[in-house]
Design a protein around this ligand. Structure first.
Ligand code: AMP
Length: 426
């Protein structure tokens, strides 16, 4: 399948080719025709699947086809609401890339920074507004933004939006935009509350579903280290001695933990920066661009800060602390191996986190291969799990093979006898 077959306009095709995209990803292949025909869309997909282009391309195309040059300020015609500032910025970058040969304007607004430059950009007239909910409502209330001309509306990462407590903001936004519009709704998971929210936004939507959250993990090479909590810092230094790891994203559960890891790495002459909610937006952007530009080797992040971070060719993720929500593990390791690239993810599991690992393995339907030959072996016994017949996943070549740390047969997710991912959808 080529982009040409999707009836994409020439200026966008040219931009996609400049981006180096040769063929559409599955979500693009499915969603673009539906959206170009004007249908509402319910997309079950997470970041890393190419979903941004799946909605940005048709939005750009439909808006440019319906562009009228009227006197006065351009009205905002497309509104994209997303939970985090990082995600908003990245969506903005995608619109800049794919729309570079079109005469459409967009801007990105989010909280935590001075509103002045955002207000100026809006006053200059934009066709597309990408925003986080709070700042949008704030600027609407101050009458800097009018939403009466919105005819395309995207709610991105709806599940995360609800997790972060934005449900009332989303409902308020829905009251402010016209009823007659094309609506797009994306979520990585579809629990009942999300489905209900989707029903309240969409009109007879077409449904597109790609890579359920559990199966994203399949293409990423994963490994597990059993280690005592107090040895994690030494293990991290040990792992990062491998010079082939040019850039690593290290996850901690807390902001404080992230700062501690940065200090530890600095002491060991490893350039690292942290991004989390206590850092200013400018700091976070700078840290991200230092990392993307190869000036910092390690970026230490908490889950919310890292959500949606798009780093081309990020090959290595470290779960310094194991997330207690299994889906978070999949989101974290999804930072590597994006759009078909190869990635590796290692997890440091202490005695308190064994239960989390068990839940993760259950969700992804895979045993995570265990690295046994490392200098900081744990002094606790991992919980026994049900045996499984085979696995398609090999541990890293430098590891001790697909055995558990006691040298026995591979350990497997409880109650799952197949190496295929489970299709569990929350
Ligand atoms: P997303 O899921 O929108 O966050 O996209 C994940 C990554 O895939 C981004 O780095 C995009 O630039 C990249 N990408 C999106 N579509 C394509 C495509 N058709 N071919 C290659 N890379 C793509």
């Amino acid at each position: 399948m080529s982009f040409e077959k999707l009836n994409i306009a020439e200026p966008i095709l040219r931009a996609l080719s400049q981006e180096g995209y040769t063929s559409p990803t599955p979500i693009q292949e499915q969603a673009i025709p539906i959206l170009l025909e004007g249908h509402d869309l319910l997309g079950c997909a997470q970041t890393g699947t190419g979903k941004t282009a799946a909605f940005a391309i048709p939005i750009l195309q439909l808006l440019s086809e319906n562009s009228k040059s009227t006197p006065g300020r351009k009205p905002i015609r497309a509104l994209i609401v997303t939970p985090t500032r990082e995600l908003a910025i990245q969506i903005g970058e995608s619109f800049s890339s794919y729309g570079r040969h079109l005469n459409l304007k967009h801007t990105v607004i989010f909280g935590g920074v001075n509103q002045l430059s955002q207000v100026r950009a809006i006053q200059g007239g934009v066709d597309i507004l990408i925003c986080t909910p709070g700042r949008l409502l704030d600027l609407v209330q101050q009458k800097f933004i009018q939403l009466a001309n919105i005819n395309m509306f995207v709610l991105d990462e709806a599940d995360r939006m609800l997790d972060m407590g934005f449900v009332h903001d989303v409902k308020r936004i829905l009251q402010l935009i016209p009823k007659k519009r094309q609506s797009l709704f994306f979520s990585a998971t579809m629990p009942k509350a999300i489905q209900e929210l989707a029903n309240s936004i969409l009109t007879t939507p077409k449904k597109v579903e790609v890579t359920p959250v559990s199966s994203t993990a399949e293409k990423i090479e994963q490994a597990l280290y059993f280690v005592n909590q107090e040895d994690k810092k030494d293990l991290l230094i040990h792992v990062l001695k491998d010079k082939s790891i040019r850039a690593a994203l290290v996850f901690t559960r807390t902001k404080h933990g992230a700062d501690k890891v940065v200090k530890l790495l600095a002491k060991n002459s490893i350039k690292a920066e942290a991004i989390h909610g206590n850092k200013s937006q400018n700091h976070r952007q700078r840290a991200l661009s230092n990392f993307k530009g190869g000036h910092t080797r390690v970026l230490v992040a908490t889950d919310i800060a890292a959500r949606g971070i798009d780093i081309d060719e990020l090959a290595f993720v470290v779960n310094y602390e194991i997330p207690n929500i299994p889906e978070t593990y999949v989101h974290r390791i999804g930072r590597t191996g994006r759009a078909g690239a190869e990635g590796k993810a290692v997890s440091f599991c202490d005695a308190e986190e064994l239960e989390y690992i068990r839940d993760i393995q259950k969700l992804i339907g895979l045993e995570i291969p265990v690295i046994t030959d490392h200098p900081y072996p744990a002094n606790y016994k991992p919980l026994p799990t049900a045996p499984k017949k085979n696995t398609s996943h090999k541990p890293f070549s430098r590891s001790g093979g697909g055995k558990n740390h006691r040298g026995g047969k591979p350990r497997f997710g409880k109650g799952n006898s197949s190496s295929k991912p489970s299709n569990r959808q929350n």
